[in-house]
Design a protein around this ligand. Structure first.
Ligand SMILES: Nc1ncnc2c1ncn2[C@@H]1O[C@H](COP(=O)(O)OP(=O)(O)OP(=O)(O)O)[C@@H](O)[C@H]1O
Length: 239
């Protein structure tokens, strides 16, 4: 039996970019430990991920995570929800690994010494004590992903949003990162084009044109999504 987790609630949420409505009047409560989001290119998945993390504001409606309005209460939001982007270089700001990990902890109000200690403890947890002084630039793509994951985990969020976190990584690296993530006692919301990766999830949502096209157990939603994609003409690709 699945245990309930901190709810992510969207109430009548719309997002527009210019005149284009990218998410349209979405009302959703996500309360499963593992939620997948699928959909075609441009269907609004990344916009939804960024919205849940409080990185963009809705034009209408409200987004709360564990009761925190993630858009208006940024201080509470950063301790409640973390996000991992597809490209770690869009996330990493600091030249060394320790500085990157300590930054989030400083944002949470920890002293310099506490943040440094927290960063070192996280590195130790992943067996990467020797990375503290290393230049982020000198790490591989997979290693930079791990730095981002450690930076997010150091802040102990209750919900983690993953936006295509494994694209471009080799199979053992994906397996290792996935193993770390699966073991975490947090809610994971994962945007992915990798259908196989979402097969074990508790719930999968299919977004189409900024609205929910299907929502339910992974096998049901994914079967409907795959069947629909078989019908789509190549000329209809969103390029
Ligand atoms: N900052 C922005 N300014 C203008 N338009 C945007 C912006 N961000 C996204 N869009 C548009 O919103 C739509 C949805 O984009 P989004 O990135 O959420 O889709 P997606 O489902 O994640 O796509 P993909 O699978 O290709 O990553 C697209 O048409 C995109 O061009």
């Amino acid at each position: 039996m699945e245990t309930a987790t901190d709810p992510v609630c969207l109430e009548g949420v719309s997002v527009r970019f210019g005149s284009r409505e990218v998410l349209r009047d979405l009302t959703l409560t996500l309360q499963s430990r593992r939620v997948g989001i699928v959909g075609r290119n441009g269907s609004g998945k990344t916009t939804l991920a960024r919205l849940i993390a409080g990185l963009i504001a809705p034009d209408a409606g409200r987004v709360t995570v564990a009761g925190v309005d993630v858009c208006t209460d940024r201080r509470a939001a950063i301790r409640t929800v973390g996000i991992l982007f597809q490209n770690p270089d869009h996330q990493i700001i600091f030249p060394t690994v320790e500085e990157e990990l300590a930054f989030g902890l400083r944002q949470l109000g920890r002293s310099k010494a506490e943040a440094r200690e927290g960063a070192r403890a996280m590195l130790a947890r992943f067996g990467r004590d020797d990375w503290a002084e290393r230049a982020v630039d000198g790490l591989s793509q997979g290693q930079r992903h791990l730095v981002c994951l450690m930076a997010v985990l150091a802040m102990e969020p209750r919900v983690i949003v993953l936006d295509e976190p494994f694209a471009g990584l080799d199979i053992p690296t994906i397996r290792a990162l996935r193993r770390y993530l699966e073991a975490l006692p947090v809610t994971l919301i994962q945007v992915s084009h990798d259908i196989a990766a979402l097969g074990e999830y508790n719930r999968v949502i299919w977004l189409e044109g900024g609205k929910v096209a299907a929502d339910g157990p992974a096998d049901e939603t994914l079967a409907r999504y795959l069947a629909a994609m078989e019908e789509v003409d190549d000329a209809d690709a969103d390029l």
